[in-house]
Design a protein around this ligand. Sequence first.
Ligand SMILES: [Fe+2]
Length: 294
Amino acid sequence: MTISIHPITPKFAGEVAGIDLRRPISAEDAAAIEAGMDRYAVLVFHDQRIDDDQQIAFTRNFGEIENARGGNITKDHERRLKQGMNDVSNLDQNGQPLDRNDRRRMFNLGNRLWHSDSSYRAIPAKFSLLSARTVVPRGGNTEFADMRAAYDALDSEMRTLVADLICEHSLIYSRGSMGFTELTEEERAMFKPVRQRLVRTHPVTGRKSLFLSSHIGAIVGWPIPEARDLIRDLIEHATQREFVYSHAWKQYDFVMWDNRQTMHRVRRFDESQPRDMRRTTVAGNAMTAEQVAA
Ligand SMILES: [Fe+2]
């Protein structure tokens, strides 16, 4: 089999054919996929009936698996999946859809906001890889926005304004913006804001992109309302339809994206239906800005 990648839109998102993710892949195929990620930022694979171990093994082709600690309010005894897997389903540890008022569900509703995975970590994530094990009949699309195209479309005045800005990211801000503020002291400490550059440069292609996320709650040195006004404006700009690819899930679809170059969000669906989505995450390897000492 020879791997091939075809663009879904002219410059953003590609569809990969000619690979079976159940088996170990060659170094050449891994390099071709990584090059495809650098170019398209989102890659879609269809009909990949993988299990968790196969997903983890494939993920390791692109770097270390990110330590999931500090990214959720789900407690260890409530986990449905093994270490290394991020559970982005709507299910509890017994495989049943979470109750409407379950705090885990309310927290996870934050995934409906535009974000970049783990932008609230001092070292933010490189890639996310998502396997659709059970899909819902309607809704639940994942939308991706191209943050390179969004940067390229800024006028020169705005490029100058954002060039050196540092933002503070935290799950406290994204959840707080949805009215979910009931966090314990321990959770607040775990979700302490981190600093990220607003403009990033891709380490391989050298392309600049906007590092936006609903986890942003402040810009260093700016009054908070002014910061949030600018961030809202930029997110609105960056998520115009021309920059967005919307993925309608079929069972066993597998989608990977580069969190350094994209934002994404999940759309509404009927939550009485099981939606079993399993993510693995490739850790990043560098901070984008200096952190405040603890
Ligand atoms: Fe996400």
